[in-house]
Design a protein around this ligand. Sequence first.
Ligand code: 1HE
Length: 257
Amino acid sequence: MPSPHLNTELLDAVAVVRLTRPLKRNALNDGLITDLHHAFDHLPPTVRAVVVHGEGEHFCAGLDLSELQERDAGQGMMHSRFWHRALDAMQFGPVPVIAALHGAVVGGGLELASACHIRVADESAFYALPEGTRGIFVGGSGAVRIPKLIGVARMTDMMMTGRVYNAVEGERLGFAQYLVPTGNAFDKALELAQRVATNAPLTNYALMHALPRIAEQSADHGLFTESMISAITQAAPEAKQRVRDFLEGRAAKVQKT
Ligand code: 1HE
């Protein structure tokens, strides 16, 4: 489906989803959120990983504030749930999603990044939650996803004081798992996506769907779930083949970096 807000391109097994509103700093209007949800719900079956990035100087300036109309509480609730469905389609979709971050990663843009499985930031990236100073609250899943990356205390401080973290701080705190020189985030994200795409699909699926659930279970339930997922993944013919390949000297060893 062609979209004025979003462009999806296939590079073999990797789909590249690009936000294409650079003049508005890729601010997320309702049309963009709808198209994002549609793109993740309709990934071709050949796709094994996705890279998300933004055109122009910034990854994403968050909610399109020009659409923040007078909503009553019920409409506000529905709007927030509409974002939740779209971002859940990314986090709990069929394949891993890698975000390439640069410039502003703020408000809803940080919520969007937080729904991805791996974040690669370049040195121009900065992180903020201006909702606090705009008199509103996060509504696109930030209250659930962001504390998992940086903790409740740091998120509270960001929203209360308007604190902005730079790229180096962001990587140290856990916003991004990778930090690369300015201009290199997309290439690094693509390289990682290509590597992730070669994993057994069931392992990627378990990492996306089982690991976050296990992490929220009690130790007793978590250990039981872990045993089940471990048994399911190792029973797959592809796992047996990969282990045989290693034992017979056909698979790469783990290399010191
Ligand atoms: C926008 C938006 C936007 C830019 N909604 N139009 N997010 C924010 O509070 C962040 C607001 N944006 C900014 O602080 C800055 O724009 C940036 C730091 C991201 C970029 O600065 P800069 O100097 O590169 O760009 P600019 O000149 O500020 O903006 C260029 C244009 O984009 C300008 O429009 P123009 O018609 O005058 O050219 C801006 O108005 C427009 N623009 N950001 C609408 N966000 C589900 S709940 C989530 C809640 C939130 O995300 S709240 C946080 C919203």
